[in-house]
Design a protein around this ligand. Structure first.
Ligand code: NAG
Ligand code: NAG
Length: 178
């Protein structure tokens, strides 16, 4: 099943030239297949999205991912439109679907984003502040539709495929994405 195979897929985005002075050289855009993820976790998000969702946008260099760089806290996202966009493409599958109007639910829904920001996002903060970091993730997710890329390559849902995974290297600043 595609669900099993694509538990986690990584798109590697080369953003080298402008990041020369920092310890990160590119981003791993990490997406997960909810059907696969939820086989191993007790997902409370029902129904699960039937598309890849973001796990994180991870700054990395050739040594590996660069983590826990600064102590800059996460500022909960106030903008309703931004919240809803992120909730649809970067949901916390372990939590029930949040109601934006309920403060408790809105805060709980953001703990996953907060975790990803503190562990990963702060390592690219010299180039992308929190707002820019999440905006970049939204742009990349919308620009590169992983499901349709795989389907165009002959990998379809509900079938078994033998695959070799290798990074998809994208050019720096693809069409002004950053
Ligand atoms: C890559 O990241 C590691 C861990 O943060 C850091 O120690 C190392 O200096 C970085 N390498 C380069 C070439 O920037
Ligand atoms: C991020 O940077 C942009 C552009 O410099 C700025 O307008 C915005 O206020 C900054 N946001 C935060 C949260 O620092």
């Amino acid at each position: 099943m595609l669900a099993e195979m694509f538990k986690l897929l990584i798109l590697i985005l080369a953003l080298c030239p402008s990041a020369i002075d920092s310890s990160f050289q590119y981003f791993n855009m990490v997406e997960q297949w909810p059907g696969g993820y939820c086989q191993f976790h007790r997902c409370r998000r029902v129904p699960w999205p039937n598309d890849f969702t973001i796990h994180g946008l991870w700054p990395a260099n050739h040594t590996g991912t660069v983590e826990n760089c600064k102590k800059t806290g996460f500022a909960p996202i106030q903008d309703e439109n931004k919240f809803k966009q992120l909730d649809s493409i970067w949901p916390d599958l372990d939590q029930p679907r949040p109601e934006y109007d309920t403060v408790g639910s809105r805060v709980l829904a953001q703990s996953f984003w907060g975790h990803e920001w503190k562990k990963h996002g702060t390592c690219s903060e010299n180039m992308y502040n929190q707002t820019q970091y999440f905006d970049l993730a939204i742009k990349l997710k919308n620009r590169y539709n992983l499901l349709s890329i795989l389907e165009q390559g002959g990998l379809s849902r509900g079938h078994s495929h033998e695959v070799v995974l290798y990074p998809l290297l994208l050019p720096p600043d693809p069409g002004g994405v950053a």
